[in-house]
Design a protein around this ligand. Structure first.
Ligand code: GLN
Length: 186
């Protein structure tokens, strides 16, 4: 099995380290050819506007969208979730638009920009959630399952082959969500 982590910008190394700790090969995706033979994909946190621009500049946008639409198991965190979202509040342009949700960027404001809490994520009890200038999900469409809410705000969803998270599981030593991706990819 081989997992790819999008490595054009942002917190990709942390994800790679976890996948390797779990005993699975992980490649950094920096160009089109790196998509070859991957069984699962991670879209890391960082800056969604920069990541979106780089995907076009590196000519990876259409391939990435097609792979996800064709069912490649995908775990997206924070900026990654924004890349997947069909709608972005107060913003005209979206990115991959493979996940039928609406997100609000930097939704917790500047004061409360970063915080840590614990909440259930689907059947995973008490998952540590690290939020860093995080988005949350303001609306879900189609058959999107809500996996987690914090203070009434949706912070984790699943839709077919895609898991979208507002928070950063790669900044904790709880690997259960990464394990879930490996199950989906296996
Ligand atoms: N605020 C960032 C964005 O809009 C996301 C922050 C993160 O990934 N930690 O892209």
């Amino acid at each position: 099995m081989k997992i790819g982590v999008l490595a054009v910008q942002g917190a990709f190394i942390e994800h790679k380290n976890i996948i390797e700790k779990l005993g699975v090969k992980c490649v950094e995706i920096r160009q089109k050819k790196d998509f070859k033979d991957i069984d699962g994909l991670i879209l890391p946190g960082g800056e969604s506007t920069v990541q979106g621009k780089l995907l076009h500049k590196l000519d990876m946008f259409n391939l990435l969208k097609k792979e996800i639409e064709n069912g490649l198991p995908t775990l997206a965190t924070c900026a990654g979730l924004i890349l997947l979202a069909d709608k972005i509040e107060n913003q005209k342009n979206n990115h991959l638009a493979t996940l039928p949700v609406k997100v609000k960027r930097n939704a917790y404001g500047r004061q409360l920009g970063s915080f840590i809490t614990k909440a259930d994520v689907g059947h995973l009890n008490n998952f540590p959630q690290v939020f860093i200038r995080a988005p949350y999900i303001t609306d879900v469409y189609s058959n999107v399952s809500v996996l987690s809410k914090v203070d009434e705000k949706i912070v984790a969803v699943k839709y077919k082959n895609q898991i979208g998270l507002s928070f950063h599981p790669e900044m904790t030593d709880d690997y259960r969500i990464h394990q879930k991706l490996l199950e989906m990819a296996g």
